[in-house]
Write a protein that binds this ligand. Structure first.
Ligand code: KG4
Ligand code: ZN
Length: 360
């Protein structure tokens, strides 16, 4: 009898120990397909074992993402990218404990490819599915176990700066976030890309503007900073002002862009950054929380990073900038978000949500 008792106690502790191990360090396959990058990553707990991306160059000729072409490219890329991620992580798919994927927001046709793939694999392997919100994931890169990452304490002000979103987010915990301000029209990345197109730059022109601006004069041209109440921002005014300015000057001199490209890039970039920095400053002051973490493609912008660091130094804030490979769309960010959901057993539904809102 007593032997059975000890055996039961032993079994109980083994079980608890095993489950704890499983929940603190699961192997998660993550898939991102919200726009024009097909990405897959494998994580063990909060550590990234592989982070692979297949970029879609097909859109360059069109000056923007063509949804139907993006969806087709995801279909051809998804299997090789997932295989590459598993191989790089030295993991067999049978060892996976869960699958995370981008549920939304994004392009319907693009999301559906990742959604259908993740759903089928989770059914086939009989492991849980984890729905991930793309914008939440952009902010949670700050919690990846990586020596290059500086993790903020809660609560902090998260700022999403991407091609489709510009948001000020009040972050209370990994999964408790609320949007306190956002763009009224275009996102900051969209403004970079559309103004770049006006100057004849290839899509996406954000990185190219960043590069050309390095040798330009940011004080050469003035573009308007809109007055928007509260914590919202607007990028449509500056975009229109830029377009009108270019049209007016190229009518007088056909080589105007050619002759002034770097100064135009530097001056435009300065204005786009200033618009969001003013709102960040206002939010930090009002909320009295001096921790700011940025995420999304435009958080890769070198001037944005410099200006934010400068402001933080002047004001005594702590500012958290993601490593460059975690800024633009990637699957590591989907994996870390899936990890936090897995820990809380927030297993997924099978819906696709192209207009998913960041409110929890
Ligand atoms: O987060 P992301 O990869 O995709 C979305 O979720 O939208 O962001 C893409 C955006 C594009 O608009 C791209 O031009 C911009 O990020 N971007 C940059 C830089 N790198 C990417 N914008 C300015 N400077 C950069 N270095
Ligand atoms: Zn994104």
């Amino acid at each position: 009898m007593i032997r059975y008792f000890f055996l039961m106690v032993l079994l109980y502790f083994c079980n608890v120990f095993d489950l704890k191990m499983l929940y603190s360090s699961p192997y998660i396959l993550a898939i991102e397909s919200s726009c024009d990058d097909t990405a897959a990553a494998v994580l063990k707990g909060r550590r990234i074992l592989s982070n692979c991306i297949a970029n879609q160059n097909v859109h360059k000729a069109y000056g923007g993402v063509v949804p139907e072409l993006a969806s087709r490219a995801h279909q051809s890329n998804i299997v090789p990218v997932v295989e590459q991620a598993l191989k790089k992580a030295k993991i067999n798919k049978k060892d996976l404990n869960a699958i995370g994927y981008t549920q939304g927001p994004g392009l319907m046709g693009s999301l559906l490819v990742g959604n259908a793939f993740a759903k089928s694999l989770s059914l086939g392997l009989d492991i849980p599915l984890l729905d991930v919100h793309h914008m939440q994931a952009h902010l949670l890169v700050h919690f990846i176990d990586d020596s290059r990452v500086s993790t903020p304490e809660f609560p902090f002000i998260g700022v999403t700066l991407s091609g489709g979103h510009t948001q000020l987010v009040w972050v209370e915990s990994h999964l408790k976030m609320s949007v306190i301000g956002s763009t009224l029209a275009d996102a900051i990345g969209e403004a970079f890309d559309k103004c770049g197109k006006v100057m004849g730059l290839a899509y996406p022109s954000g990185p190219e503007i960043d590069r050309l601006a390095q040798t330009g004069n940011p004080n050469r041209f003035d573009f308007p900073i809109p007055k928007v109440s509260g914590y919202d921002v607007s990028y449509s005014g500056v975009k229109t002002a830029f377009l009108n300015f270019i049209n007016k000057n190229t009518n007088k001199d056909a080589d105007f862009i050619e002759k002034n490209r770097n100064d135009l890039c530097a001056s435009l970039q300065k204005t786009l950054i200033q618009i969001i920095l003013l709102k960040i400053e206002q939010t930090v002051t009002d909320r009295k929380t001096f921790r700011v973490a940025i995420g999304g493609g435009v958080s890769a912008n070198s001037e944005m990073r410099r200006q934010l660091q400068k402001l933080a130094q002047e004001k005594g804030w702590s500012v958290h900038l993601p490593p460059l490979d975690y800024t633009t769309d990637n699957a590591a960010m989907i994996g870390i978000t899936a990890y936090f959901k897995y820990q809380k057993k927030l297993f997924g539904s099978l819906k696709t949500v192209p207009k998913a809102r960041l409110a929890f």
